[in-house]
Design a protein around this ligand. Structure first.
Ligand code: 13P
Ligand code: SF4
Length: 305
């Protein structure tokens, strides 16, 4: 079957199944193209929670589909590739978080959504890259435990100097591959370009950035800016929509290593198969789900900019 036939069959079956197809901004081009909604972690979690459709096909990684299953327990949430995980989310377990909390009694745990349901269940509030600073500012506590991303944690700490932010030592292996020399070289070759970077990048990279934001924040920044050239400090799947939305603008990847292997697993064949079988289905045990939902709901209640 060629790509066009596959897309046709997926659309037809999605209609018959009353399924919503959503894709993260890092998915393969053809997957983003077929999705009804593309977006960052926050936008996709909200779309999953608010849809009237019964089935959600989440083209992303495991923790994202889990968040959808937590927020919409009555729906059937499918992750086309069960093996699409997130190495950063695996860098902290619920048991490790319990021990971390015991070392810092009274601190508030702020957990990046790139984490398991069990870790969210042990947390006070969640955050995503697009609301992390607002979440931290909304909290009364003077001490925050930021898990699992040390880079997002340090970035937040810079915006709430009045609070003591203690960061877990996790990181995203994909963003971690971007080197300072590569960004400096791209800047030297394109002095007229602005550098936008994701807060999962290292602090040394973020120091070089003209704008730091989530993946969806990059769409907004590139669209609004009068500048015509951008160096992109995040996973390369973001180029698909950046180029469609801004045909007159140029986007430069400073490194060929900005590819998340997990995000690239999902193919059109996987999506079709999962619509046919309604598997792999993501389920979260009720006790974990209820506690994790409290952390996500608390995050969703924080006012956005
Ligand atoms: P956002 O889409 O929320 O910016 O997150 C990036 C990411 O790495 C998701 O895994
Ligand atoms: Fe996880 Fe990084 Fe891949 Fe996002 S890009 S899913 S944080 S490994």
């Amino acid at each position: 079957m060629d790509q066009e036939q596959l897309k046709q069959q997926i659309k037809q079956l999605a209609g018959e199944r009353n399924a919503l197809l959503i894709a993260h901004n890092y998915q393969r081009d053809e997957v983003q193209e077929i999705a009804e909604i593309t977006g960052d972690s926050l936008a996709l979690s909200m779309a999953a929670a608010n849809t009237g459709k019964q089935v959600i096909v989440f083209c992303g990684v495991h923790f994202m589909a889990e968040s959808a299953a937590i927020l919409a327990p009555e729906k059937t949430v499918l992750l086309p590739r069960a093996d699409a995980g997130c190495p950063m989310a695996d860098m902290i377990t619920a048991e490790q978080l319990r021990a971390f909390k015991a070392e810092h009694p009274g601190a508030t745990v702020v957990t990046y959504v790139n984490s398991s349901a069990a870790v969210k269940a042990e947390s006070d509030i969640c955050c995503t890259s697009s609301n992390a600073v607002n979440v931290a500012r909304s909290l009364d506590s003077d001490t925050l435990l930021m898990v699992p991303d040390r880079n997002l944690g340090r970035y937040i700490a810079g915006h709430v100097p009045e609070k003591d932010c203690i960061c877990w030592d996790g990181f995203c292996p994909t963003h971690d591959r971007l080197k300072v020399e590569e960004v400096k070289q791209a800047k030297a070759e394109h002095p007229d370009a602005l550098f936008m970077a994701h807060p999962e990048c290292t602090p040394e990279i973020l120091e070089l950035a003209d704008h730091i934001c989530s993946t969806s924040g990059m769409y907004e920044f590139a669209r609004r800016s009068p500048v015509r050239k951008f160096i992109v400090g995040t996973e390369n799947g973001i180029l698909w929509r950046l180029k469609i939305d801004n045909p007159e603008k140029e986007f430069i990847m400073p490194s060929q290593a900005l590819v998340c292997p997990n995000m690239k697993l999902t193919s059109l064949e996987d999506i079709l198969l999962c619509l046919q079988t309604l598997e792999p289905r993501i389920r979260v045990a009720a006790d974990i789900r209820e506690k994790a939902k409290r952390s996500l709901d608390r995050m969703l209640a924080v006012p956005r900019d």
